[in-house]
Design a protein around this ligand. Structure first.
Ligand code: SF4
Length: 355
């Protein structure tokens, strides 16, 4: 006789099978994953079972690879996909909950049009054709009335790098976006200092054990990029210290070796203060700076721009015209400005020079 588990429609046999299957789940515990895996897991696999392989879209940039069991045309279970490299065999509760997400009663399956007053909560389902037509008409009305760039396509984590920027360029509209708080990346600080690429560290978390210290700037990976927290915990075991900058005492802050509870909005000042301290106390790597950064480039005092020659050239790949800039540094041994690429020079990092 089948035993039913309290509070679920999962049989004991189905629970054990799901728990066994999910025993490979990386970070999430099997006891949690099993119940969340599927209420359909009690159904015996039969001829109508197939597997689909996909990945979980980038809520958190972990992009877990998934093995999806489909029974009778219905998603029945989500598991991490087998991978010889166990570092990439992961899933979290959000991923395995897709069964509930997809079939949940509260999921909106069709476009809804508001029919009552704003705030009244009165909507009716419309067709996709009508929804697209309505959106297109409103876009056109806006652009005809106020100009093409009066239309702003806002995007966020889910679709940030794909369709919306393309849509905006096709329409002549403006576009912009910011990764949402569901993304385990720094918000605020990186944007103050660099454009988009600043959101991404140039080293991977697998290299963290080789670091003495890792600074997590407003990155709440323990909560938002769950499987990445394994990288943090492994590195801590290897002796790496983690400093977490966050106005909130986040789950990541609670696991870090040190929490710096910045006041919101003071992060640029904090980083400038760090930079100043590094410079004042001669803590920088001079050779690295000279070889790999723009810090030795001369700056014109009256414009604040880098001193550069600009030459017209042709892009060898596209054939399009392009500009080639030659930047200058001050060669200390020769006592004159020379092109930055000049071999065998000793470039100054500080000073005021007349050219
Ligand atoms: S960690 Fe969770 S939310 Fe992120 S991709 Fe993997 S399953 Fe999805």
């Amino acid at each position: 006789m089948e035993q039913r588990l309290e509070g679920t429609t999962l049989s004991r046999r189905g629970f054990l099978r799901a728990a066994g299957a999910l025993g490979v789940a990386g970070f999430a515990g099997a006891s949690l994953t099993a119940v969340a895996a599927s209420q359909d897991a009690q159904a015996d696999p039969g001829e109508n079972e197939t597997h689909g392989f996909t990945y979980h879209n980038e809520h958190c940039l972990c992009n877990c690879m998934l093995d999806c069991t489909v029974r009778d045309g219905r998603l029945a279970m989500v598991q991490p996909r087998e991978n010889e490299d166990k570092r990439f065999q992961n899933v979290c509760l959000k991923g395995i909950s897709e069964v509930q997400n997809i079939y949940g009663e509260s999921r909106i399956q069709r476009p809804m049009k508001r029919v009552g007053e704003r705030g009244s909560g009165e909507f009716e389902a419309i067709s996709w054709d009508e929804a697209f037509k309505t959106i297109a008409e409103e876009f056109k009305k806006c652009q005809d009335t106020y100009g093409k760039d009066a239309l702003w396509i806002q995007f966020s984590t889910e679709a940030s790098q794909r369709f919306p920027p393309l849509l905006a360029s096709v329409l002549g509209a403006q576009a912009g976006g910011m990764n949402g708080y569901d993304l385990g990346q720094g918000n605020g600080q990186s944007m103050a200092f660099t454009p988009w690429i600043g959101l991404f560290a140039q080293n991977t978390m697998w290299e963290w054990p080789e670091a003495k210290v890792v600074i997590l700037a407003n990155t709440n990976l323990v909560e938002t990029s769950l499987v990445w927290s394994r990288g943090m915990l492994n590195a801590q075991e290897a002796g790496t210290k983690f400093i977490c900058l966050d106005p909130r005492f986040s789950p990541t802050a609670s696991k870090a070796d040190q929490w710096v509870g910045l006041r919101a909005g003071t992060d640029p000042a904090f980083f400038l203060g760090m930079t100043n301290y590094i410079l004042e106390n001669d803590l920088y790597d001079r050779e690295h700076i000279l070889a790999h950064t723009a810090l030795p480039f001369l700056i014109e005092a009256d414009t604040g721009h880098s001193l550069a020659d600009v030459a017209e050239a042709t892009n060898p790949e596209t054939g399009e015209p392009m500009e080639v800039k030659t930047f200058y540094v001050w060669d200390e041994s020769a006592g004159k400005a020379v092109a930055a690429e000049t071999e065998g020079i000793v470039a100054a990092l500080e000073g005021t020079f007349t050219i």
